[in-house]
Design a protein around this ligand. Structure first.
Ligand code: PPS
Length: 573
């Protein structure tokens, strides 16, 4: 490999000077303003501090089209990821081209202004295909694109007023120029960056240390603390873990800095993007592994990208990027020699015992409170992980019933609640459709918009209960699959989400007509009635589906208990 050394001159930022910032902030208070989403705040921070250099703002239509189709901005700079300011149509309609708007964080603090040069409607299906490889909502970023992102994109140059405020781990956060200055001061001319969204165990420590030694470089552990994949270990826990691992490297060879990036899990394109970001942060080398930034399985159960696609795309562009790829060595533990070795360098394979614990197996052991051996991870790391994730039988969870009106949701939910209370151990809350509509959603009707609001509120309360170690039982109709999925994501950040489809057919519900509502719906006296004059998306893969015809309530509730038991959420009876 050629000798690559970093040029540590400062890179351009989009911030105005301190004095101008005070003035601009006063003026910006008069502007129309957009409240940034969490993802947009991450993007804006990296735009402003030069992490996304050479971008000067959110992409114009010409840049967007070019980035999507060719991985380059309109003037030819390599840039694989569309950085766009997505807004709703209502907001977009109030704007005129050329107008300045204020960009605010979620507390209303003005972070920047933007001159709106472009307002355009993206072809989201095309964006999904080109950037993420498939228009498949099993991909978290494609799901975000279709179900969270606004329908209109605004483009234009950004003027930075202040950095987004972070109250956590302030000393561990560095802008590209701060890192560059640090490397200059320390005389680090070659720096290998390691990107991660997971806790580090011994194998990672070994591989990163080796990577740095082989490149004769220093090492920067550069974990993402912005947005990662739904379901990841929260960054607070991870940073405490990283701090413990940092002590294991030889003194003064290794540093750690936190990166407030919103990942997209875009595999190959993401790898190139990560490389450009690290280049901006003054690094010369970047570790890329198998399935880098992989999003998991697609809706057909297959990988979105080939295992080495990310490495191939990176290698193809590394010269131009000015950052060299370091192959991530797959490290395995060799029991006889009590050490980690690269899997492909073990010659006497047949005569030694190779130990490995997969990510899935690790999660299982944590969930079930089983042993995690010292050869696998550092005791401090395991202690941290156990502190945040007690075994499943002590975690909060949510049981979410869905089904037609009169399908038996409430009755089964009530029976389940009583059975769980009889067992004891965790507080139980029932969020029944009717209770919620009385106490949380009394002003809502049954339009799609209102139903979605209602379900999101239920999901929010359930996620708080789950987070705090309780059991939430929800029993709304919840007719829309995308909304149920959003609720699932909110809750799975904290504990298990158990979707139970109460699969009573519409004919049976109407035949029972316990509240007399179906009759009224048939007569047109109730509009938008689910199953009669309004849609219901049948759950495709609920954790459990219960039939209620010729089965008594006790039995249905018992089926749910058995499911909870098999998932390890309650102790075997
Ligand atoms: S949703 O779609 O999840 O927000 O509905 P939910 O909050 O569960 O409310 C359903 C209960 O409201 C009564 N009701 C209707 N249901 C469906 N469609 C229409 N138009 C409607 N109007 C009133 C009905 O009694 C539902 O109660 P359950 O307990 O499901 O029978």
């Amino acid at each position: 490999t050629k000798l690559m050394e970093n040029n540590l001159a400062p890179i351009p930022e989009l911030y105005v000077s301190y004095d101008s910032a005070q003035k601009l902030k006063m003026e910006a208070a008069e502007l129309v303003s957009w409240d940034l989403t969490p993802r947009q705040i991450c993007d804006l921070e990296l735009l402003m501090n030069g992490g996304f250099n050479p971008l000067k703002g959110f992409l114009s239509e010409a840049d967007y089209t070019s980035v999507v189709d060719t991985m380059r901005t309109a003037d030819g700079a390599l840039w694989p990821m569309p950085i766009t300011l997505d807004v709703n149509e209502k907001f977009a309609d109030t704007l005129e081209i050329g107008q300045d708007i204020a960009l605010r964080d979620q507390e209303g603090v003005i972070l920047a202004t933007m001159t709106v040069t472009d307002r355009y409607t993206p072809n989201k299906a095309h964006e999904a295909k080109m950037v993420f490889g498939a228009d498949d909502s099993a991909h978290p970023a494609v799901n975000y694109l279709h179900n969270t992102a606004g329908d209109i994109y605004l483009g234009g140059p950004v003027t930075g007023i202040q950095q987004p405020v972070h109250y956590d781990f302030r000393a561990r956060r560095d802008t590209p120029n701060e890192l560059r200055a640090y490397f200059r001061k320390m005389g680090w001319r070659k720096v290998v960056a390691f990107q991660t969204r997971n806790p580090l165990h011994r194998a990672h420590q070994e591989l990163t240390f080796r990577a740095a030694r082989e490149a004769q470089a220093n090492l920067l552990i550069h974990p993402v603390v912005g947005l990662t994949k739904p379901g990841d270990v929260d960054h607070f826990t991870r940073v405490r873990c990283y701090e413990a691992v940092l002590d294991k490297y030889p003194q003064a060879t290794t540093s750690m800095s936190l990166l407030n990036l919103a990942m997209r899990m875009a595999g190959p394109r993401e790898a190139v993007w990560h490389g450009l970001i690290r280049k901006n942060h003054g690094c010369t080398h970047f570790i890329v592994g198998r399935d880098h930034a992989g999003p998991g399985k697609n809706s057909a159960g297959e990988d979105f990208y080939g295992p080495y696609d990310a490495q191939d795309l990176f290698r193809e562009h590394q010269e131009e990027m000015g950052i060299e790829m370091v192959d991530f060595k797959h490290m395995v533990y060799v029991q006889e020699r009590a050490q980690y070795e690269p899997a492909d360098e073990i010659e006497d394979k047949d005569n030694v015992t190779i130990l490995n614990i997969s990510g899935t197996e690790l999660r299982r052991r944590l969930a079930e409170g089983l042993e995690i051996p010292e050869w696998f991870s550092f005791p401090e790391v395991v202690t941290e992980l156990r502190r945040t994730k007690p075994p499943r039988s002590q975690q909060g969870f949510t049981v979410f019933f869905t089904g037609f009106s009169g399908s038996g949701k409430s009755t089964i939910a009530n029976a389940l609640m009583v059975k769980l209370m009889e067992m004891g151990g965790r507080p139980v809350t029932l969020l029944d459709g009717d209770i919620v509509r009385k106490n949380l959603s009394s002003e809502l009707g049954f339009s799609k918009e209102h139903r979605d609001l209602n379900i999101r509120r239920i999901g929010y309360v359930a996620s708080e209960i789950t987070k705090n170690g309780g059991i939430a039982i929800c029993a709304p109709i919840a007719p829309y699959a995308t909304t149920r999925r959003a609720v699932r994501e909110d809750i799975e950040a904290f504990g298990a989400f158990v979707e139970v489809h109460v699969a009573t057919s519409i004919e049976e519900c109407e035949r029972r007509d316990r509240k007399g509502l179906y009759k009224l719906a048939r007569e047109g006296k109730i509009k938008e009635f689910t199953g009669i004059s309004d849609p219901y998306d049948v759950p495709e893969s609920p954790e459990l589906s219960v039939e209620t015809e010729n089965v008594d309530v006790d039995n249905c509730a018992h089926q749910v208990l058995l499911k909870l038991e098999s998932m390890g959420l309650i102790a075997a009876q």
